[in-house]
Ligand binder design. Structure first.
Ligand SMILES: Cc1ncc(COP(=O)(O)O)c(C=O)c1O
Length: 487
């Protein structure tokens, strides 16, 4: 056990910090399933915290399903199921250019935001995972220190202090860019919107992953763009062979994808593949809009590189934000548009002139000295253990034929059930129980993936979620049984 003393912190109590250290030891494999944890007394002495703090930490880990108490014996790391579920294979969407209609996705998304509902559908991280107290304090400081600045107009490329911090952080993603190359935006969504608008005309076709993030489909529809869905592997991402065929047939004007821990599949391309993708696009002179909103949420090793890191000709328009790591509500994001920067800045200006200054300065202050790396370490650990818990619940509750992705980062899981399963039926039935899921069809412009669904793993494990997973599993089994009987 790392016995570095724990410190009181604004955003994380002592018992949560104790729990995190143990979770880290479990995630790293130092503590294996079945191992006995240090006794409460031993840990209390080692970490110089009270016995009740250790007990509370152990209770929290029990609630999260990481450990269990054995009467008269102590606490043990929970055994994981002997067999992990199978993964879905390479997707096989129809080879056709589709108009995009997101009316269903839009309705489903609105429903997923209902506050009363257990939100296993929307990929919205739980606010309790974010350092809200520190962010709020910094927001107050920023407003007091620069009252006139925060209430003034600004112009693209946006807040200098933020661009400076983002440029520094992007070195970890293999990108060496100057603050001048960055344009700040209202989240990744606006960065993607402006980037796609900068490189296309209405009626153009965009190559996308299949299944794909429905927010991207919303953008395509609004810009009156068409989509060509390409086969995508749940670990390795979009098929470059199919992309090359589409490019050689002159079918697509641009490509848009999530490079790291994609939504919904969780795929993460290797560096080699990222490099090949850039070479391919350079060869055909086609731009790529890269969404890297999940890049910092890796579970082990180091941050995966951005595709932008391999961009030698300025053809990659990189987009990201702090929505999945700090706060979706601050709406702070950025784009690195490469050779299209002038156009993106012009579009930003006519769309909304600038992103609000107070949130940008707050995020800049947090990145400069708010303990972002420490916060990220905690967050990754929390997501990793929540995703493991969710996977375990799928194994226990869902029909045995269910296939599940095994992403190495991010916080979404994609489930594939037998062909006769209808996730829209599950969606409707689950709503009666006040549970949301994201049905597979909203991730495809051609309406595929009826037998698939996406679950959100960003919520801290609780009895409510355990109960919701039981209900979802029961509804899925009943639906399949009905279908089999009806045959
Ligand atoms: C892949 C992907 N891109 C973008 C977003 C939205 O990002 P932002 O809040 O920064 O606009 C999401 C949110 O779920 C997402 O999953």
């Amino acid at each position: 056990m790392n016995v570095k003393l724990l410190e009181k912190s604004e955003d994380c109590s002592l018992y949560e910090q104790v729990a995190e250290r143990i979770e880290m030891l479990i995630a790293e494999g130092t503590l294996q399933p079945g191992d006995r944890l240090p006794s409460v007394r031993k840990l209390h002495k080692q970490l110089c915290v009270s016995i009740s703090t250790v007990l509370e930490a152990y209770r929290l880990l029990e609630d999260r399903g990481m450990i269990r108490a054995r009467p008269q014996s102590g606490y043990y790391v929970k055994e994981t199921p002997a067999t992990a579920p199978d993964e879905p294979s390479l997707s096989n969407p129809p080879w056709q250019v589709c108009p995009v209609d997101t009316s269903l996705a839009f309705r489903v998304q609105k429903m997923m935001r209902d506050r009363e509902i257990v939100k296993l559908g929307a990929a919205v991280p739980s606010p309790e995972l974010f350092p809200l107290a520190t962010l709020n304090r910094l927001m107050g400081q920023v407003a007091r220190a620069q009252p006139e600045v925060v209430h003034s107009y600004d112009a693209p490329p946006g807040c200098e202090a933020l661009r400076h911090q983002v440029a520094k952080r992007l070195m970890d993603a293999g990108c060496s860019v100057t603050p001048e190359a960055i344009v700040t935006t209202n989240g990744t969504t606006e960065a993607m919107y402006l980037s796609l608008q900068a490189v296309t005309q209405p009626g153009d076709t965009i190559a996308i992953e299949s299944p794909t993030y429905y927010g991207l489909m919303d953008i395509l529809e609004t810009l009156r763009l068409k989509a060509l869905e390409l086969p995508t592997h749940p670990r390795e991402g979009i098929s470059l062979n199919h992309l090359e065929t589409a490019l050689s047939q002159g079918k697509v004007t641009a490509c848009a994808l999530v490079s790291n821990f994609s939504n919904p599949l969780g795929s993460c391309m290797s560096d080699e593949k990222k490099k090949q993708l850039v070479e391919l696009l350079n060869r055909y002179n086609v731009p790529l809009v890269e969404d890297d909103v999940y890049g910092e949420l890796y579970f082990s090793g180091s941050r995966p590189k951005a595709i932008k890191a391999f961009d030698t000709e300025g053809r990659v328009l990189y987009c990201a934000s702090i929505s999945k790591t700090l706060s979706p509500g601050l709406r702070v994001g950025w784009s690195i548009p490469g050779r299209y920067q002038g156009k993106v800045e012009q579009l930003k200006m006519v769309t909304n002139i600038t992103t609000a200054i107070a949130p940008q300065l707050t995020v800049a202050a947090f990145l400069a000295n708010g303990g972002y790396d420490r916060h990220l370490r905690r967050l990754r650990q929390a997501y990793q253990s929540q995703m493991a818990r969710l996977t375990q619940a799928i194994c226990e509750e869902f029909p045995p034929e269910t296939r599940v992705t095994r992403p190495c980062g991010g916080h979404v899981l994609w489930l594939e059930l037998p062909k006769e399963f209808d996730s829209m039926v599950l969606y409707q039935e689950a709503l009666q129980h006040k549970i949301s899921i994201a049905p597979g069809t909203i991730f495809s412009p051609s309406g595929g993936y009826q037998n698939c669904l996406r679950l959100h793993g960003g919520l801290p494990w609780s009895d409510t979620i355990a109960e919701a997973m039981k209900i979802l599993g029961m509804l899925s089994k009943k639906q399949l049984a009905r279908k089999i009987l009806a045959k």
